[in-house]
Design a protein around this ligand. Sequence first.
Ligand code: PMP
Length: 459
Amino acid sequence: MIPTISNLQRRDLNHVWHPCSQMKDYEDFPPIVIKSGKGIYLYDENGKQYLDAVSSWWVNLFGHANERISTALANQAFQLEHVIFANFTHEPAVLLAEKLAKITPDGLTKVFFADNGSSAIEVALKMSFQYHMQKNKPNKKRFLALTDAYHGETLGALSVGGVDLYNEVYQPLLLDTIRAQGPDCYRCPYNESPDSCRTPCISSVEEKLKVHQAELAAIIIEPLIQAAAGMKMYPPTYLKKLKELCLRYDVHLIADEVAVGFGRTGTMFACEQADITPDFMCLAKGLTGGYLPLSAVLTTEDVYDAFYDDYESMKAFLHSHSYTGNPLACRVALEVLQIFEDDNYLDEIQEKGAYMNELASKVFNHQPYLGEYRQTGMVGAIELVKDKVTKESFPSEERIGYKIYQIALEKGLLLRPLGNVLYFMPPYVITKEEINKMISITNEAVQQYFESTKVPTYE
Ligand code: PMP
């Protein structure tokens, strides 16, 4: 059935090509026109309210139309909106670089700005390769990544990603990445449990390192949560061992904290939980609290020094983006970090995260469709399975997540499932009452879906 569509929806469909979408789906499910936002809510052109449980693609931290951030942005806009960042600088960028160097793990002292997560990954990959080349190790030009990794959509970032849905078609264009089996705690082949896990699965990485050490520049990972693969979570001990392996085999460690940075896992950065300093840390998304595109790659003095020489040596890192170090985005990021400090948000995340975990476990754990409810910090995920015992997944053609997404939207909740995994990654300003609401609408939506399809239930 073709729904009646509004003027803006019709004009949108005439010209706009939306991201990560089969546009034909929009024929019977046109884009929702959002007119405004406030706190954790979005409002459409008819005044309908949606609770944003996914922080608008994991970017929003302190709510939509946040008073403090909007004011900081407006003030900066009247002073300086942008300036070329080669040979020029400005106060917001300097303050932000100082602040990032201070709050990230010890030893990350140099900050290279880019303008989105994928670009940050490209920067880290290129820097790592060039570092080794300038240290007379030109054979170190390949990267090792984990199965089910996701690092962005540009060709370098896609090359290290391991989610077939996004990669497969572009395979002929991609770098030849070495792939190690990543951790899979829900379907652990070693029968370990996350609380007492001795991470035997790290052996897959070590085996690859033994064989490929001489040609490897870096290992890239998403610390603690492989987000796009379905919020797959693994313990900090894995990261700790990974760092030890990188040191032993002379390979850089790139920590992609694009999705998990800025408090999502319960600490400011996920690497803190393993007490490690990677060689590169990529940050984006939450860096500007969901306001503007900005990313940063933090690295060490050792890496920086390998590029520092007379111009004629041609060792410089000649990489730039037009909006590198944009003053509006840097000012907004500074305000975001100030809010973290002023309002003790890391404590709030602990408290709200514990509440969400307790409630969601209670609500979902006895449901017949629930394979696992898992949570790290304030990221919670519900994995739906066809069979609880065998953990068999629903086939992707059934598009279960997509159908539940539509039901939830109808009920005023914005979820964006990843295949059979529904997840919560709300802005930190969510209240306990709103957590109740988010969980109960999700439960209703899932039940409604299964009742309508009469999928067999297992007790
Ligand atoms: N790395 C990770 C871990 C991500 O989750 C994402 C985006 N979802 C990216 C990189 C790419 O970031 P962007 O979409 O800003 O390019």
